[in-house]
Every structure is written in structure tokens, then in C-alpha cells.
Design a protein. Structure first.
Length: 396
């Protein structure tokens, strides 16, 4: 997906919000139909049957007929895909959509004339029932676009994302292998000795966020004051999210261009960030500490970094079993829990090797990734994976 910032006029924004309302209404009806099904009842309607029901509903209700049939049908199509993902075991069951959350819709059957460039930094996209809407031309639009999605985040910003398969970054051909150890104090440590940290809110922004959260707790539900505070919080959160996404894009591009093989830990992030809340019968333990840990994992962008690496360097990212990578010495291979003196210091009890704990783990990951590639007849490797830190710095 290539995402761009939309710049609608107030009239166009009203039309976009109406499309979002119709898409959310159709989606929620589909969710209700499938929630009504129970063993012994008639099978829930599929995509084709729901499209026929949508045609009948549009003939009866004028407000629904005034909207775009493409938007409404694609909402049903998205729901059908979500159900297929659920039954496939890769996603959770589709849930209700709320106003102000997950606002968006999809447009298909896009032709080359539906997207045009007006100037160096301004382009336009044609949206049914709305017309030509301008967007910021921050980079070239992919060729051969057949569909796009319009979204509105909680901060009130509009974006358009054109569906296109990104071109992978070619390997440098040097045979170098890199290991990436993901952590909380250090977001990503490389086997070359480089320590990378995902950007977060500044101290001033963090203090302001805390004040706004306290203000939100005192505000009355449904009041205009509460809505303003929620919007201010959403703007701060969106700023932090944008910085994190930008960091992931830059780091993943640099790693894909520098190394032929990239080793990452095969972490089950979804299981690692589960809440510690229990039930009334068996209440959870250390809930507050687990909540802080979960937030640290999510704000370090573990999953996003691994996902973008896999997309930019396909078949060159090797997932390594994370077991004992933080306890084994990258020089002699001695493995013992006592080797990890602290969160930041690693000292081998056998050979006396001392290094940053995250860098030592990254070298073990690179060593395992290099052996995995060699075992399956991959690229020839150019040097040991546990070499000393190189004087190369990432510039982000």
C-alpha cells in the first residue's frame, strides 16, 4: 500500500464521512447476521446472498440508495475476506465498527484516468459521489493501480492508499549476514554493534499526554469538552505513530540494501503482549507490570520491523529460534544463565568475553541465520557472523 495524505474540502469531507457511514452500516449488518447464527440454524448468508439483500435494501431506503454501491459492496467483500481469514486461523472474528474508529472505505475498478497529477506536490483522485479530491503527491503513484482505500484516523486526518505490490529491494551480493535482536530498552540491536531505538514522544509531549489523560478522566461522557480532549490525545498518538512508521520504513530499507541475509527472532508477539487480567475466580498477577511490558513491546515496533523486512527482502529474511540466544556466548558458544549479568551486560563465564547483551544475542542470531542459509544451499557467506563491531553507523 502506498499511502498519501488527502486534502478534502469541507463539502468533500461530508461526502467522505457519508461513505464511511454506509460502509460501517453494511459491515455491522453483516456482523449481526453471522452473530445470529448458531448450530442447528440455517447457514449465514454468503457474499453473493448479501449482495442481493443489499440491492433490495437500496430499492427500499432512499438514504442508502443515495450512496455509492461500490462502497457498500466492497464493505461486504471486505467482511467476506475477514471471515475467510478467521476460519483460516490467521485473524480474529470480525467485530463491530464504531463511529470514529476504523473509518474508511474501498474503491475498485480504478482506471488510469481516475488519478492525475496537478503540480509537483499536488495530485487528485476521483471518488464516486464526491468528485476530484486533492492529495499530497509525496512520491510517485504506483502504475497499474486497480483499487484504493480511503481512511480517516482518530486525529481527523484523511489518507488514500493505493493497492500495489511493492518491488523488492535487490540484494547487494556481498554475502554479508546480519542478526537483529529486538528489545525494549534497545528497539533493535544489530550483530555489527549498532543499537537502534524507535522514536517516541519527547518529554514535553509525554507530560502533555499525561495531563490530557487526567483531564479526560474528569470530563463528563458525551460532553464537548471530552470530545476536544480525545481529539488532542489522538493527535499526539498519531504523531508518535507516524514517527514509528517512518523509522521502520527507513531501517528496513537500509538493512535490505546492506545485507544479503537478515536473521530475526521468531517471536510470537501476539502471545507475548496478551493481558495479564484474569477472571473473578482466578485474578491475574502483576497486571500493572505486564501492562507496562506490553506497551514497551508494541512501541518498539517489533512486528512492523520484521514484516517490512520480509516484504522488502523476500526470501532473504531468516527466522531463528530465540531460545538461549541471550545466554550463549557468541565467541565460544558457552551457554549459561549466569552469562547475562544484567539487562545490558553480557560476560561469558568460560572465556571471559564481554559485550553488550543485545549485540551478543544479535551475533548468535546472525550465526544461526548464516548456517540455515548455507544448509539449504543459499548464497556464499562473506565472513563470520560473530565478527567484532564494524565502524559503520546507520543514518536515519
Amino acid at each position: 500500500m502506498s499511502r498519501y495524505r488527502l486534502q478534502p474540502t469541507p463539502t468533500q469531507e461530508a461526502g467522505l464521512l457519508e461513505h464511511c457511514t454506509h460502509a460501517r452500516f453494511v459491515w455491522n449488518l453483516a456482523v449481526e447476521q453471522h452473530a445470529h447464527w448458531k448450530p442447528g440454524r440455517t447457514r449465514a448468508p454468503g457474499f453473493a446472498e448479501q449482495c442481493r439483500q443489499l440491492t433490495e435494501a437500496r430499492a427500499v431506503f432512499g438514504w442508502l440508495r443515495a450512496g455509492s454501491v461500490i462502497v457498500q459492496q466492497q464493505a461486504l467483500k471486505d467482511f467476506a475476506q475477514a471471515m475467510a481469514n478467521f476460519f483460516g486461523g490467521t485473524h480474529q472474528r470480525p467485530r463491530w465498527r464504531k463511529r470514529g474508529r476504523s473509518e474508511g472505505f474501498r474503491i475498485v475498478a480504478v482506471t488510469p484516468g481516475d488519478v492525475r497529477r496537478l503540480s509537483r506536490k499536488v495530485g487528485e483522485v476521483r471518488i464516486p459521489k464526491v468528485g476530484w479530491v486533492r492529495f499530497r503527491w509525496s512520491r510517485p503513484v504506483p502504475e497499474g493501480v486497480k483499487s484504493f482505500r480511503v481512511r480517516r484516523d482518530r486525529a481527523g486526518r484523511w489518507h488514500v492508499a493505493f493497492a500495489a505490490v511493492p518491488q523488492p529491494i535487490p540484494a547487494p551480493g556481498s554475502g554479508e549476514v546480519a542478526g537483529v535482536d529486538r528489545g525494549i530498552v534497545t528497539s533493535a540491536a544489530l550483530s555489527t554493534g549498532e543499537l537502534l531505538n524507535a522514536p517516541r514522544l519527547s518529554e514535553t509531549e509525554a507530560r502533555r499526554l499525561l495531563r490530557l489523560q487526567r483531564k479526560l478522566a474528569r470530563a463528563q461522557r458525551g460532553s464537548n469538552r471530552r470530545a476536544k480532549v480525545k481529539h488532542a490525545i489522538a493527535k499526539l498518538k498519531a504523531r508518535e505513530c507516524d514517527r514509528r512508521k517512518d523509522w521502520v520504513e527507513k531501517i528496513s530499507t537500509i538493512l535490505a540494501r546492506r545485507f544479503d541475509v537478515i536473521g530475526v527472532e521468531d517471536l510470537k508477539i501476539k502471545n507475548m503482549t496478551r493481558t495479564a487480567h484474569g477472571t473473578l475466580q482466578t485474578p491475574g498477577r502483576n497486571v500493572a507490570q505486564k501492562r507496562v511490558l506490553n506497551r514497551g513491546i508494541l512501541t518498539s515496533a517489533w512486528g512492523a520491523l520484521a514484516e517490512r523486512l520480509g516484504q522488502k527482502a523476500p526470501d532473504r529474511v531468516v527466522k531463528v529460534n530465540p531460545r538461549y540466544t541471550s545466554q550463549a556466548c557468541s565467541v565460544c558458544g558457552h551457554c549459561a544463565p549466569d552469562n547475562r549479568e544484567s539487562q545490558a551486560v553480557f560476560r561469558c563465564r568460560a572465556c571471559g568475553h564481554q559485550a553488550d547483551a543485545d549485540v551478543n544475542a544479535a551475533r548468535n542470531i546472525a550465526y544461526a541465520a548464516g548456517h540455515a542459509v548455507s544448509a539449504r544451499g543459499g548464497l556464499p557467506l562473506g565472513g563470520p557472523a560473530n565478527r567484532e563491531p564494524q565502524p559503520v553507523l546507520l543514518r536515519v
